[in-house]
Design a protein around this ligand. Sequence first.
Ligand code: BYC
Length: 330
Amino acid sequence: MYAQLVETGVKRLKTLDEMAPEERAFQEKIDAEIKIEAKNWMPEAYRQTLVRQISQHAHSEIVGMLPEGNWVTRAPTLKRKLQLMAKVQDEAGHGLYLYSAMETLGADRDVEIGKMLAGKAKYSSIFNYPTLTWADMGAVGWLVDGAAIVNQVVLQRTSYGPYSRAMVRICKEESFHQRQGYEMLLTMMRYGTPAQKEMVQDAINRFWWPSLMMFGPSDADSPNSAQSMAWKIKRQGNDELRQRFIDQTIPQLELLGCTVPDPDLKWNEETGHYDFGEIQWEEFYQVLKGNGPCNRERLEARCKATKEGAWVREAAVAYAKKQQAKRSAA
Ligand code: BYC
């Protein structure tokens, strides 16, 4: 596997023979499926790649609260409101575990969050799309969390111990999120009015392609994949995970009685997978550049929350200092 990556990766990777002894021992540990822990030696580039990926992941969880938080006050029933609130709170928890995992690599939480607020750090492209109707809550749960799980189940086996352990609980909660989204759409499709059914189809039409983009560019255009896979930070390529998501989602789509906006989607008997149409990568890169429908709005909301929550953080620090002083005096 490693030798193959050396040859086919976007960037040429070092062979084991070309590595310094410490780096070679590190790679052999990875190849033997031994987890890397916070205090172990690691190449600086491995550390930086993890800080990049885990911080982006954490920012995605926190920004990901916004499109759904938008609907908490407008949920149609008390039960739906409770479900949505629980889901949004779970996302906050995921962000916090992930920032903690990132801190074990020596990164500073405030610095990394500062980069996101300044528009210099990425978060998942999907959260730059608006949630226009209640059916979007179902589509986000089913498609967005569904795509997130396909990627994150694999990350439970990532080579960095603290990240892999954080993913275990996150996956359990994401699985509940996916189910609640699907159940919501199924209820609307089975018992809803024609207008509600139309709303479901419209939500799927808008979220389908952006959900496929969540897996990142095609492997051939992914600058980080080859090295991340050699280090087993990523265990599977972006294309393979995207295909897995499509293959498991289409039967659920059929059960809903809906369609996706892709005339080229069809089952391929030979490959045992669904073929699908071309993804509009130009749209993806525009969203990454800050030109998506909601990029500005999302960053403004996070900056406002950071400013307005400053007094809470200051009070918490003052309280902790007071408690510390009391303990020292005792
Ligand atoms: N959006 O070389 P590549 C969730 C960037 S949300 C934005 O393939 P990599 C949830 C990529 O960062 C899901 N940027 O990169 C929360 C790289 O840029 P830089 C969040 C993207 O890292 C609330 C460049 O494109 N999940 O869970 O090897 C409610 C080239 O890409 C995206 C995670 O973060 C994108 N979609 O692979 C509901 C999972 N795709 O940094 C749900 C952890 C790519 O070189 N992350 N880029 O400037 C990963 O698994 C990997 O980072 C990715 C990308 C597969 C996303």
